[in-house]
Design a protein around this ligand. Structure first.
Ligand SMILES: [Zn+2]
Length: 304
């Protein structure tokens, strides 16, 4: 299946869907962690514009629209959030720099699904860049900080936490202290080294690549598998293992990991779920690594 130019698809800039992807006994929802526009060049690294512009057309400023889709995974016993979106703490200046086109609405989206923030048991952080960790701590109506998911255990890799506490020069612009300080004081953090099955069927695996402590989330129920590769596979436009982002700290590692995981999870007929993709929320790959099934397949996406 060819990727299409998504500006020709009447892109609705919408994340929220009340229809979950069913995975055995699990339900996976995509909820709105904020939408923004990013420079097309940074999203495709060393890939020349003449190639990526065939799939997605940039505006006059060379930017493209992307989502920050928070995944809600409901198992028979637990409610799990994967990454937390941009949050509601961005200043006017930051909203303008990152061209935020749709504000973070995790709170109200959960309400629409009949859940409250207190109902979330685990927050699994693929990594701690601001676009994934911005919703850990939120502002209440008076502007005071509070934990977005006060009853949740926040799970992240040891290497990621070390880098949050002592960021290198480059990471200082993307690991924002106000996303973590309150968590350190008031929250519950579980530091993981390597792999861990958090609840039956939901497993974290250290990947590295995008950041030193980046991790994936594997979901498995009744013989069905889905994998969330975070920023190793941010959109379906990145299906070619060599198409990687300029934001990756260890690019060769990203390429190796993508090849390895694509092979492994394709053999399991796994869904690959996306965080930054404005159109496709999940896909399957064929044995040559091309996308052959997409989700959702509803009216808004039939033309894909
Ligand atoms: Zn990201």
């Amino acid at each position: 299946m060819e990727s299409q130019n998504y500006l020709s698809h009447n892109y609705q800039n919408k994340t929220m869907t009340n229809t979950p992807l069913i995975l055995g006994d699990f339900q996976i929802y995509w909820i709105n962690g904020g939408h923004f526009r990013l420079d097309g060049g940074t999203m495709f690294g060393a890939v020349p514009k003449v190639l990526w512009s065939r799939k997605c057309e940039a505006d006059a400023d060379n930017t493209l629209p992307f989502t920050n889709d928070v995944l809600l995974v409901r198992t028979p016993k637990h409610n799990i959030i994967i990454d937390t979106g941009l949050g509601n703490k961005l200043t006017e200046k930051q909203l303008s720099i990152f061209q935020v086109t749709s504000p973070w609405s995790v709170y109200s989206d959960l309400t629409e699904l009949g859940l409250s923030r207190q109902d979330i048991d685990f927050v699994l952080l693929t990594h701690c860049d601001f676009d994934h960790a911005g919703g850990i701590v939120m502002h209440d109506t008076e502007g005071n900080e509070e934990l977005t998911f006060p009853g949740a255990v926040h799970c992240l890799q040891k290497a990621e936490w070390e880098d949050v506490e002592n960021p290198c020069h480059r990471a200082q612009s993307t690991y924002w202290p106000d996303n973590f300080n309150f968590l350190k004081e008031e929250g519950t953090i579980e530091i993981i080294e390597g792999d861990l099955e958090v609840v039956p069927g939901v497993t974290l695996r250290h990947t590295g690549g995008h950041t030193r402590g980046h991790q994936l989330v594997e979901m498995h129920s009744k013989g069905k598998t889905a994998v969330h590769l975070g920023d190793l596979f941010p959109t379906h436009f990145h299906t070619n293992p060599l198409w990687i982002m300029a934001y990756d700290n260890f690019p060769l590692e990203v390429i190796d990991r993508k090849e390895e995981y694509f092979r492994h999870y394709q053999q399991l007929d796994s869904w690959f779920t996306f965080y930054h993709d404005p159109l496709v929320k999940a896909c399957k790959l064929d044995h040559q690594g091309s996308m052959n099934t997409i989700w959702p397949t509803g009216p808004n996406h039939q033309s894909l």
